[in-house]
Design a protein around this ligand. Sequence first.
Ligand code: SAM
Ligand code: SF4
Length: 327
Amino acid sequence: MEPKIIDTFGRPHTYLRISLTDRCNLRCFYCMPEEGIELMEKPSIMTLEEIIEISKTYVNLGVDTIRLTGGEPLVRKNFEYLVRELSKLSITLKLTTNGILLDKYFDLFEEIGLMKINVSLDTLDKAKNAFVTKRDYYDRIMKNIQDGISRGFHIKLNVVLIKGVNDKEINDFIALTKDQHVDVKFIEFMPFKGNKWDWSKGVSEEEILKIARSAFGQVEALPNPKHSTSNNFQVEGHQGSFGIISTITNPFCSDCNRIRLTADGKMKNCLFANSETDILSPHRKGESIDQLIMDTIRHKKHSRDGMDLKMDADQYENNRSMISIGG
Ligand code: SAM
Ligand code: SF4
């Protein structure tokens, strides 16, 4: 399908990330504010049928990849029905999950060909995992990751690096790529509503590479696939690779092809955009949303919704919390 969602910088948008819910079975402190969030009222959340219909509209406008996220996408009721229906579209279907419930779905994912799964795992230490997530699911998550790799799923581990929490584990994560086909994505800590962001807690791409080189010597830069949001590297002789999503210090916006849809049906042009377009209400009234989607993308700014390196608190505190955007 010819891409039709094109912004004023000529970027075709072919990758849609849909948040299925703002509910989650973990409470990662960098994602979910300590005081919690005001959960979306059920009637305001897209039904499964609405998600399917709206997805079809995006696909007709040229979207070829859909990633399901959340909150935790696997806690959404009747998730199986939804992915079965979405897998019938001519798209690559992907998933971002905290991994807790993966064991319930591996067979289904194999059957429908959903093989690309990002799993959040910030630490290899059980006690620290409980500190970060405020829950105790470490053993189940680790087992699911191992099982996923053994079954041939393409597993990427998302690691949000925070000083004093997991920055000493960078090389332990890279060591995981030695004998296994697993990719590790280090993510620079990003600011969202209520997450007490402060860049002095963040670990930059430059620091990560310095730490990696101190242990593994020269690491090879891999060619970045088109629209990649990370700079990718591999230690010589390792089967897997590692990448760095440097949204703060070196954002990858010039080639951005991503759009987001929140669980309550709001289209966001950028993770950091405060402005949102209500797609769901006109869809519920039976109106066509094609033109609305194409018009919305024309308001997309070039980079990080206009936020500069200082990351203006007035802007991100008026954004949603990450848990209700869908990272
Ligand atoms: N629950 C699923 C999970 O944890 O993978 C999907 C939703 S979660 C919001 C998606 C991704 O956003 C996760 O990889 C998480 O680590 C990342 N994330 C959340 N808050 C973040 C922050 N403040 N900075 C950078 N990444 C963040
Ligand atoms: Fe839940 Fe994922 Fe956010 Fe952790 S990062 S609180 S698992 S949505």
